[in-house]
Design a protein around this ligand. Structure first.
Ligand SMILES: [Zn+2]
Ligand SMILES: [Zn+2]
Length: 104
């Protein structure tokens, strides 16, 4: 048997450095980062796969009003993302993948 060549796992493309064209969806500031709406335990990869991401500047991402510190805003983004996902894949598929329904 010929051993398979070892392949490095590719990191997702969205780790690319933000540019001046990447503006915050809340305030329009450039060089905003991509936030994965669902994060933790495999969900981050699902967010990337299905494009459930939000471009946010440092303040609106990691700051007091950002989704990592502000639970209310975090849930708002999750509800928006679920609605977007459901338009294509349906609710059953959302709950199967993400393990929760945020819209009820
Ligand atoms: Zn911002
Ligand atoms: Zn984030």
């Amino acid at each position: 048997m010929i051993p398979k060549p070892k392949r490095r796992r590719h990191r997702p493309k969205n780790n690319a450095k933000p540019t001046i064209n990447d503006v915050c969806e809340r305030c329009g500031r450039p060089y905003a980062h991509l936030h994965e709406v669902f994060f933790g335990r495999g969900k981050r990869q699902l967010s990337i796969k299905y494009g459930l991401q939000k471009r946010l500047c440092y303040e609106h991402h990691e700051g007091a009003s950002g989704p990592h510190l502000n639970r209310e805003y975090d849930l708002q983004l999750k509800r928006e993302a679920q609605a977007k996902f459901e338009r294509v894949h349906g609710r059953a598929e959302f709950v199967r993948l993400f393990g929760r329904n945020y819209l009820e």
